[in-house]
Design a protein around this ligand. Structure first.
Ligand code: BG6
Length: 485
């Protein structure tokens, strides 16, 4: 990372202001951005360098939850530059190339970050290619691409095909910010840096796996985007299926990017594809009451804001174990967790009361907001013959590492892209397989006469049909990470 220029396309947008600039500045404060680096913003507005610097600082003050060292900020801001141009115009890219030439000493690496709407991805990459800016004679060239990566299998294949005409796969960093979360990276550590979990991590001991990503927020002025995609494309194609892969994959041969990514692809290949008729049996898609009246939502919109889907993984480890995944907007709480529910003991010889409901063990990986791990197990109630009670063994990051120990996901991801470590980024084959799994589900729920969306109340835990999905198999949703009902 001796001399590097980070070029952010779409720097005037929300993502750059809320996440990218605050993450880059914090990396700088923490002395993680080594060597001579510059950050060049590129967008349509006619800003000056000074205007970009002012807006960048406002973003940090408003959105970053850390202390700003003003001396460091002063050094950092002088490395920020702005270039105005159009993503579709080759001449703007010729101008960009010339301006970068005059800013940089050679050799200089370049990280191009596409923080733009997806409709510009191929334009930008084509124009970079045409103007010689992917050429690696004077340092490496890498491109970070934000989601959404296509809207279905066909469009994802087309984007991959188009960008692979200009870039090699190892130059492409498809981002999924969930993979940058500390607690998500901890899934592999919990599984494979301990010996106590892995022997029981299979169909012989596990009854079902539940993955919940619940959001309290609604559209947050993003109706223009969200109403065209809905929850399955917005959350399942990337974040939730990534979580499923991490829980279900086999141990990779090494921690290297492609060894990890091979295992993730392998497990997704084993996820059962549903036929049109099976979709209804294994999924519930819903919409929160009042969604249709939100600003920017099209009349009578059929966009799902909630989904609960039961997946099966057809391999030796997981045959017969349901993976229940759910995510929704406008839910009772913001909460992401993975609950592994173990089977009940095969025989209970204790003199328990009739109809006693025995609770089996659960291991809960608490991703946010109260990051940690909970293990529930049975203990004897004192002064009874053999009455049992579930108790909780808890680990909280904040108790061990301090309140502010968890960095923003974008810090890890930006740093990894700069270091050339693609382990936490999505490979092209993975992005296509995820669509292969979800396309039939999205398609089957598109016809409201055949599959009407289940309506759920705001601030609830989703539609009752999603509870029935589990109840039908004698399971129920578990909140493993807190004191929920
Ligand atoms: C994004 C989705 O990828 O993830 C948003 O586009 C969603 O709709 C967000 O709100 C959730 O991320 P987090 O980190 O807040 O759980």
């Amino acid at each position: 990372m001796d001399r590097t220029t980070i070029v952010i396309f779409g720097i005037s947008g929300d993502l750059a202001q809320r996440k990218l600039i605050p993450a880059l500045f914090n990396l700088y404060q923490k002395k993680r951005l080594k060597g001579d680096f510059k950050i060049v913003g590129f967008a349509g507005r006619s800003w000056s360098d000074e205007e970009l610097r002012k807006i960048a600082r406002e973003g940090i003050d408003k959105f970053a939850g850390y202390q700003v060292n003003d001396d460091k900020w002063h050094e950092f801001k002088n490395r920020l530059y702005y270039i105005s141009g159009k993503f579709q115009e080759e001449s703007s890219f010729t101008n960009l190339a010339n301006q970068l030439e005059s800013l940089e000493d050679k050799p200089a690496n370049r990280l191009y970050y596409l923080a733009t709407p997806p409709s510009f991805f191929t334009n930008i990459i084509d124009n970079l290619g045409r103007t010689g800016q992917i050429d690696e004679e004077n340092g490496w060239r890498r491109v970070v691409i934000e989601k959404p990566f296509g809207t279905d299998l066909e469009s994802a294949k087309k984007i991959n095909h188009d960008i692979l005409k200009v870039l090699r796969e190892d130059q492409i960093y498809r981002i999924d910010h969930y993979l940058g979360k500390e607690t998500v990276q901890n899934i592999l550590i919990a599984r494979f840096a301990n010996t106590i979990f892995e022997p029981v991590w299979n169909r012989n001991y596990i009854s079902n796996v539940q993955i919940t990503v619940a959001e309290k927020v609604g559209l947050e002025h993003r109706a223009g985007y969200y109403d065209t995609v809905g929850v399955v494309r917005d959350m399942f194609q990337n974040h939730l299926l990534q979580l499923l892969s991490l829980v279900a994959m086999e141990p990779p041969a090494s921690y290297k990017a492609n060894d990890q990514r091979d295992e993730k692809v392998k497990v997704l290949k084993a996820v059962r594809r549903f036929t049109h008729d099976e979709v209804k049996k294994y999924s519930v898609l819903g919409q929160y009451r009042g969604y249709k009246e939100e600003e920017g939502v099209v009349e009578n919109s059929q966009t799902p804001t909630y989904a609960a889907i039961q997946f099966f993984i057809d391999n030796w480890r997981w045959q017969g174990v349901p993976f229940y995944l759910r995510s929704g907007k406008m839910m009772a709480e913001k909460m992401s967790e993975i609950v592994i529910q173990f089977k009940c003991p095969p025989h209970l010889m204790f003199p328990l009361p009739e109809n006693y409901k025995f609770t089996s063990n659960t291991l809960s990986l608490c991703l946010q907001p109260d990051e940690g791990i909970h293990l529930k197990f049975e203990t004897k109630v004192p002064d009874t013959i053999a009455e049992t009670k579930s108790v909780d063994l808890e680990y909280h990051y904040k108790d061990v590492f301090g309140e502010k120990s968890i960095p923003e996901a974008y810090e890890r991801l930006l740093l990894d892209a700069l270091l050339g470590d693609a382990a936490l980024f999505t490979r092209s084959d993975r992005s296509e397989i995820a669509w292969e799994i979800l396309d039939p589900i999205i398609e089957a729920w598109q016809n409201p006469n055949e599959n009407p969306l289940a309506i759920y109340e705001q601030n609830s835990w989703g539609p009752k049909e999603a509870d029935e999905l589990l109840n039908n198999q004698e399971h129920s949703w578990i909140h493993g990470c807190g004191n929920h009902s």
